[in-house]
Design a binder for this molecule. Structure first.
Ligand code: T4K
Length: 369
């Protein structure tokens, strides 16, 4: 039995020798950043692969989120989910915006559109929703509410690389969608991110914002930031794109094996997501029910003792961290579904290098054998 630690995820790395020619080219032309040749190539290749018309690359997803909010001039209050990585709400606070947490849907674990209207106040300017685990939000319903109340919609699509919904990329919905290419994601550029934009004009504005507001050598049009992706990241992204289909295929296989085997383990439940979408198998969350002999945390510890490092994404809820917990939308009782899910969820390892023996070993552990 393998004693190699198994993590919740591991980056999919192409053979090292395939990256050398890219490095040689960077060394040769000495352009390391600032919209260099790999950056330009990668933007085009990514748009094509994702099926979107415009995107702006960023050095990481969090700066992309912060910039997306700036680009849309969002202020006041923004309705969002407590069940996400903390960067979602932090991006609001960094912009001086008050997050207003709304409970999640028990099936999708995404923001529950039926709870949004009650949270809207005269100060509300936008909805910041998250396609958690890559499962699409109810984009239609969210847009209907946003149109009615004249709100912007931003999707934190950090988990949604390659996800398709109704014959197109899920990233085309909302005013802007923000992606992350962090090492732990389905597709990575070490660190990285992007904003998917609806048109060339908004992309241009975002390109200015991520480059200090510079339009040319002497003109600054906004108090921008440095959010640029560098040439090393872009080159790695181009190479990764060549391998993304095989990575997604392996994730899909692992997902299927887990689903089949978990059917016979009482008390462990796969996510009952019924969305008609092309998934990316970014995460494999399960919910630990009362019928299972161990609590979620005991299972988490037991797996760790065996070198299987699962994660309880997203526990604790964002709303329970000290900078949020005093807010009225974070009060206990306002977010019952999110609170319950955060106590029950555990994400099993899923990544292309996980072999069949590893998956078998994890399943045996879950059977408590
Ligand atoms: N919005 C959402 C919804 C997000 O999930 C995230 C990021 C963001 C926004 C912000 O995007 P970025 O600014 O990060 O681009 C990780 C990631 O750091 C974070 O990017 C991600 N979400 C979050 C869900 O997970 P941690 O603290 O759990 O990561 P860490 O370092 O504990 O890694 C988990 C496991 O992955 C490790 O046990 C081993 C493995 N690993 C990790 C790294 C970094 C590797 O094998 N190699 C590596 O290089 O936050």
């Amino acid at each position: 039995m393998s004693k190699t630690p198994i993590y919740v995820t591991q980056p999919h790395l192409p053979p090292l020798e395939e990256f050398i020619p890219y490095l040689e080219q960077i060394w040769e032309n000495k352009i390391l950043t600032n919209n260099g040749p790999f950056h330009r190539q990668f933007e085009g290749a990514l748009c094509e692969w994702l099926g979107v018309d415009h995107l702006a690359l960023f050095t990481n997803g969090t700066l992309a989120l912060v910039t997306a909010l700036q680009a849309l001039r969002i202020t006041g209050e923004v309705i969002t989910t407590p069940f996400s990585f903390v960067a979602t709400a932090h991006a609001l606070l960094w912009n001086g915006i008050m997050p207003v947490f709304v409970d999640i849907d028990p099936k999708t674990l995404n923001i529950n559109p039926a709870r949004i209207e009650a949270a809207i106040t005269p100060k509300t300017t936008a909805i910041l929703a998250v396609h958690v685990y890559g499962n699409p939000c109810d984009v239609k319903e969210i847009q209907t509410i946003a149109d009615h109340y004249n709100l912007k919609v931003i999707y934190d699509a950090a988990h949604a690389f390659g996800v398709r919904w109704q014959n197109g990329s899920v990233l085309r919905h909302g005013d802007l969608s923000v992606m992350s290419f962090h090492a732990t994601k389905v597709f990575n550029t070490f660190e990285g991110g992007a904003i998917v934009c609806p048109d060339a004009k908004s992309k241009q504005h975002i390109d200015h914002l991520k480059n200090f507001g510079f339009v040319n050598e002497t003109t600054v049009v906004a108090s921008g930031i440095n959010g640029k992706m560098n040439e090393m990241q872009a080159a790695f992204g181009l190479l990764q794109l060549k391998h993304i289909n095989e990575a997604l295929e392996r994730r899909c296989q692992i997902d299927a094996v887990y689903r089949e085997n978990l059917k016979s383990i009482e008390g462990l439940h796969c996510l009952d997501y019924e969305g008609q979408h092309v998934a990316n198998y970014a995460y494999f969350p399960i919910l630990v029910g009362p019928e299972y002999p161990l609590s979620r945390d005991s299972l988490y510890e037991k797996l760790r003792e065996q070198g299987i490092y699962c994660r309880r994404y997203f526990y604790p809820l964002i709303s329970s961290f000290s900078m949020y917990r005093g807010m009225s939308s974070a009060r206990s009782g306002n977010l019952p579904v999110a609170e319950q899910i955060a106590q029950r969820v555990i994400c099993l390892p899923i990544y292309p290098a996980l072999d069949d023996m590893d998956v078998k070993r994890i399943i045996e552990m879950l059977r408590l054998r």
